[in-house]
Design a protein around this ligand. Structure first.
Ligand code: ADP
Ligand code: ADP
Length: 207
């Protein structure tokens, strides 16, 4: 299938966790604005320094910064038949900008209520070597890599509250925006990781 897929949902919904499986299924490269911003932060670039302030506060990074990153990323040849967007777009202006640089064929919304989100985010751990995502309780890492796992600086209970506020105010309205275009596929994000993966597969298999 030609065109891009958007993985949509609140912070901690499971977008990054599911992305790897969708990449395998569709062959489309994952484009995660969160990962791109974290790479810029660790490089210490000017963009990274600017973004860090927003990320640490649980606020969205300005649209102009994000749109610039995406436009550059989509110029790479691996993006020519579409990509899997993870964590982008997060505002209506971002979605509008996306319309002029990519053909979105499906928006998969992973639905998880706020009370489950805090637990998921506070228990999230990342493997800095592979980028794999784990959870202390729901998806524990193998013992041999447990020591090298890191916790994201913004994965605290306090920051999650700001991120959820930003989600409801600035990002959630995009669901209606995409629904009106007939592109929204909602899946229940409350099951196990495998169950959610199956619902996503079922929802996009025919597109
Ligand atoms: P997002 O990319 O949407 O922020 P992640 O994929 O990083 O979300 O998942 C957030 C946390 O929740 C991680 O610790 C992950 O292991 C865990 N998680 C993901 N999917 C599920 C699920 N279906 N059930 C329980 N925990 C999950
Ligand atoms: P999560 O899915 O847990 O919210 P992400 O890795 O997608 O985490 O994003 C981490 C942070 O990076 C966000 O809280 C926000 O500050 C910033 N960010 C990521 N993607 C975007 C975006 N599309 N627009 C604005 N800010 C973004």
């Amino acid at each position: 299938m030609s065109g891009s897929i958007v993985l949509f949902g609140p912070p901690g919904a499971g977008k990054g966790t599911q992305a790897g499986r969708i990449v395998k299924m569709t062959g489309k490269p994952q484009v995660s604005t969160g990962d791109m911003l974290r790479a810029a932060v660790s490089d210490g670039s000017d963009l990274g320094k600017e973004a860090k302030e927003y990320m640490d506060a649980g606020l969205l990074v300005p649209d102009s910064v994000i749109i610039g990153l995406i436009v550059e990323r989509l110029k790479r040849t691996d993006a020519s038949s579409g990509v899997l967007f993870d964590g982008f777009p997060r505002t209506i202006p971002q979605a509008e900008a996306l319309e002029s640089v990519a053909n979105v064929i499906a928006v998969v919304s992973i639905e998880v209520p706020d009370d489950a989100i805090v637990d998921r985010i506070v228990g999230r751990r990342m493997d800095p070597e592979t980028g794999d995502i784990y959870h202390v309780e729901y998806n524990p890492a193998p013992l041999e890599i447990e020591k090298r796992l890191i916790q994201r600086k913004d994965d605290t209970e306090e920051t999650v509250r700001s991120r959820l506020l930003a989600y409801h105010k600035q990002t959630a309205p995009l669901a209606d925006w995409y629904s009106e275009k007939g592109l929204l596929f909602s899946v229940d994000g409350n099951g196990t990781i495998d169950e959610v993966a199956e619902s996503i597969r079922d929802s996009i298999v025919g597109i």
